[in-house]
Design a protein. Structure first.
Length: 373
């Protein structure tokens, strides 16, 4: 079977979407026989060297373009025909011009659940393309049971068409001796302990204002000399974050690093005293999983699929109760036996997620889509 992949997201720092492709495609190396399967990776720019193993399983096709949208609509379907693909796997959008079975991965439909989390342009584009793409595809993959149920209910898709293939743990996240990590972070980013860490794109859905408020209360009510390190690439609607920063007087204790590569993130997770993830909704939530793999105590919201990911490996709280978050922070920082328990539970929970399992479920969806069960 020749499997086409829209691999453009592998060519840049696209956070979760890029992590998904890397984890899935690498895991295919463990389960696919190159004599039976061939992955044809289509992109508009060369995939950076080292992104994937250099194995006979992969075939890379680079087709430059001036318009990514026109490339998706017209050029990609042509390329799949030219390279005799039996199936194409995309993320989110699907051209109506494909002549082969389609599998698409839609991480979540939060743009339908709460439109205000998205800028108007993105909201309109997603509403126009994603529901139609899901109807067009033979199988729709998503990354949690929560997201699967959302799609069946809101998009009215047949249950057998939507397959939950939870993300695996990204590689490169593991425990490091805390003092060593703290020294590295101080030398590289100038951040001194103790600090809480928050990781994700700076956008309204992530609810970073609550993280700031929780740290503010922890400092004010419990006299904790805690800093907040906010790591992530710029998103949109930055105004609310700036207003919260000004109103709380957070300039002295809030540190924004911007986008940080994975090889730095592992040090930040290990150096942090607590990890905060107050997102209103997630189709999965990779950062809490990465933090748990480092043994860092996690406090996350109970929005969307986060309870599936965090489980008993962290603390789950409503995304609108800053006082509860501040109290949880105090407990984690001041109760050493509880902190050790959280550390062990976090490591155990993180081991439940593997890209090999994701790849096996995805391969089964390919077989169903092509009638090769």
């Amino acid at each position: 079977m020749r499997i086409g992949v829209d691999a453009r997201l592998l060519t840049g720092a696209y956070t979760g979407d890029r992590t998904y492709w890397r984890g899935l495609l690498k895991a295919f190396c463990e389960i696919l026989n190159p004599a039976e399967y061939r992955l044809v990776l289509f992109s508009t720019r060369p995939i950076p060297e080292g992104t994937l193993p250099n194995l006979p399983l992969y075939e890379s096709v680079v087709a430059p373009t001036r318009s990514e949208r026109l490339w998706s609509l017209f050029r990609l379907p042509q390329l799949t025909q030219e390279h005799r693909c039996d199936l194409i796997h995309t993320q989110y959008t699907v051209s109506p011009f494909f002549k082969i079975p389609i599998v698409t991965t839609v991480h979540d439909i939060s743009f339908l659940i709460e439109p205000r989390w998205f800028p108007l342009k993105d909201r309109i584009l997603l509403r126009l393309t994603v529901p139609a793409s899901c109807r067009r595809a033979k199988r729709v993959l998503t990354v949690s049971e929560t997201s699967r149920e959302d799609m069946i209910e809101i998009l009215r898709l047949p249950p057998e068409k939507v397959v939950a293939t939870p993300n695996g743990l990204p590689e490169g996240f593991y425990p490091i001796e805390k003092a060593q990590a703290q020294v590295w972070v101080k030398e590289r980013y100038g951040v001194e302990s103790p600090f809480a860490l928050a990781v994700g794109v700076l956008q309204p859905r992530k609810n970073w204002e609550l993280a700031m408020l929780a740290v503010y209360f922890a400092r004010k009510e419990y006299d904790l000399p805690l800093r907040l390190v906010l790591t992530g690439k710029p998103g949109w609607a930055r105004r609310a974050l700036n207003e919260a920063k000004r109103e709380l007087g957070a300039e002295q204790w809030l540190i924004e690093t911007g986008y940080v590569p994975d090889e730095h993130l592992v040090w930040l997770y290990n150096a942090a005293d607590v990890f905060l993830y107050p997102s209103f909704y997630e189709g999965f939530g990779l950062p809490p999983l990465e933090a748990m793999a480092c043994g860092t105590p996690v406090i996350a919201s109970n929005g969307g699929a986060l309870p599936e990911v965090v489980g008993s490996g962290g603390i789950l709280l409503p995304p609108d109760e800053a006082g509860l978050w501040a109290n949880a922070i105090r407990t984690v920082l001041q109760n050493e036996p509880y902190r050790r328990t959280l550390h062990e539970k976090a490591l155990q929970q993180s081991k439940r997620f593997s890209w090999r399992a994701t790849a096996e479920r995805t391969l089964e969806a390919y077989r169903q889509a092509t009638g090769c069960e």
